[in-house]
Write a protein that binds this ligand. Structure first.
Ligand code: ADP
Ligand code: NI
Length: 204
């Protein structure tokens, strides 16, 4: 099967699975991660096809998104075999997505693993990261921000200090690092304006 046809079939599989998600893990997140993984693989001399495919399927076995991650992996393997990928290719894809999807926090060993993890993390920062964080917070009934100490801990704006502002230092590949620094700077700018507007007495 030609590469373009393989990718089109994977895209259709992922569309079916994620098109109605409203937690920031929708089909377009998968698409952005796939395209970013492809770009990073080209720049970093990784396996372009496998990085793009792993980008498409990287959240398939995330325990936030599926009740049964093991079953999701079995089904994914069957699907990938049905579109004529070899056992070696399938095992590589599953290994790549394991540190993104179900062995979170562990460091990927391969270059392809680093690329896909970087691509996923890049989508959590910058303008898209800001949009996804507030979408996720809204979906979980979290406040934007609060003046109440207790509520403040659960507010989405807190997630920037807890996680999003730390991402740029966790990026592994040089190409992704450059993109992360730009996106980080943009988030800092957003946060400074956010707090200015929040604190402004001028309109009270
Ligand atoms: P992954 O991409 O590995 O699934 P997460 O589930 O941690 O990573 O994050 C996915 C998206 O959801 C990110 O854009 C992240 O900012 C957002 N998110 C996760 N937890 C929170 C939270 N507590 N508040 C706001 N946004 C969150
Ligand atoms: Ni993701």
């Amino acid at each position: 099967m030609k590469n373009e046809i393989i990718i089109a079939k994977v895209e259709a599989y992922i569309y079916k699975m994620f098109h109605s998600d409203a937690t920031g893990h929708d089909y377009y997140h998968m698409k952005r991660v796939a395209k970013m993984a492809k770009y990073l693989a080209e720049q970093e001399h990784g396996d372009v096809l496998l990085c793009e495919l792993a980008g498409w399927v990287h959240d398939v076995a995330d325990d936030k998104l599926t009740k049964d991650p093991e079953k999701a992996i079995i089904e994914l393997k069957l699907f990938l075999a049905s579109i004529s990928l070899s056992d070696d290719q399938i095992n590589t894809i599953v290994e790549i997505i394991s540190t993104v999807s179900f062995r979170k926090g562990q460091d990927p060993k391969s270059l392809a693993g680093k690329i896909v993890q970087d691509a996923d993390r890049l989508d959590a920062i910058g303008a898209m990261g800001i949009a996804r964080a507030f979408a996720y917070g809204g979906n979980k009934n979290r406040p934007i921000h609060s003046e109440d100490e207790q509520q403040k801990q659960h507010a989405t704006i807190q997630h920037f200090d807890d996680k999003l502002l730390l991402i740029k230092d966790k990026i592994k590949t040089p190409t992704a690092k450059r993109i992360a620094i730009e996106r980080h700077t943009y988030m800092e700018h957003f946060l400074s304006i956010f707090y200015n507007e929040w604190n402004s007495d001028a309109y009270h």
